[in-house]
Design a protein around this ligand. Structure first.
Ligand code: GAR
Length: 206
């Protein structure tokens, strides 16, 4: 396991991915430690999860700032102070500016509940169901300045059955995300990721 690899999780909502990463980390199933939760919704359930677990939180109200760059500069300072190696977006529903995107280029990942580039943006699971696709899934990608446009690191396929509802498909995709995300974070922590343009390679385990 990588010694002292430090991650910050950014989330806006329920925090099931946050909880899963935390549980994996504490059970020794993740080669990284969560040192900070960043959240733009101080009332979100993910904040209570972090508090229960004693994880430091940086909470902010975007409306209290004139520009997105202003709160991101504060976040960047916090991340520097904590010597964060990787930013892990997990249901963080805000676009990022160059303040964080450039400072953490190649060191910031997001999970999205579809097989990108299909169904970017909000309500990806509903979009896939409405479109009638037979397979969808989860994607982990590097973060650039666009909406779900960064280079793909890993994807998991989930079959869509005729009888699937939004709730049943969501449950299957969340289960897939919970397998995928700790795996990808561990690859980063183990230094096994190589980025060449839009191609991301995972080196074999030593
Ligand atoms: C996850 O399904 C994640 O893929 C999605 O939000 C959910 C957060 O759930 N992210 C996006 O749609 C980003 N565009 P959680 O708060 O329970 O981890």
């Amino acid at each position: 396991m990588a010694q002292g690899y430090r991650i910050a999780v950014f989330a806006s909502g329920q925090g099931s991915n946050f909880q899963n990463l935390l549980d994996a980390s504490r059970a020794g199933g993740l080669a990284a430690e969560i040192v900070l939760l960043v959240c733009d919704k101080p009332q979100a359930p993910v904040v209570e999860r972090a508090r229960q677990a004693g994880v430091e939180c940086f909470l902010f109200d975007p409306k209290a700032y004139a520009r997105r760059e202003d709160y991101e500069a504060e976040i960047a300072e916090k991340l520097n102070g904590l010597q964060v190696d990787l930013i892990v977006l997990a249901g963080y529903m805000r676009l990022l500016t160059p303040v964080l995107v450039e400072a953490y280029a190649g060191r910031m990942i997001n999970i999205h509940p579809s097989l990108l580039p299909a169904f970017p943006g909000k309500n990806a699971i509903g979009q896939a169901l409405d479109y009638g696709v037979k397979v969808t899934g989860a994607t982990v990608h590097l973060v650039d300045g666009g909406m779900d446009t960064g280079a793909v690191v890993a994807q998991t396929v989930v079959k869509v059955k005729a009888e699937d509802t939004l709730a049943s498909l969501e449950a299957k995709i969340h289960a897939a995300e919970q397998e995928l995300y700790p795996q990808v974070v561990s690859w980063f922590a183990e230094g096994r990721i190589r980025v060449e343009g839009r191609k991301v390679k995972v080196l074999p385990a030593p």
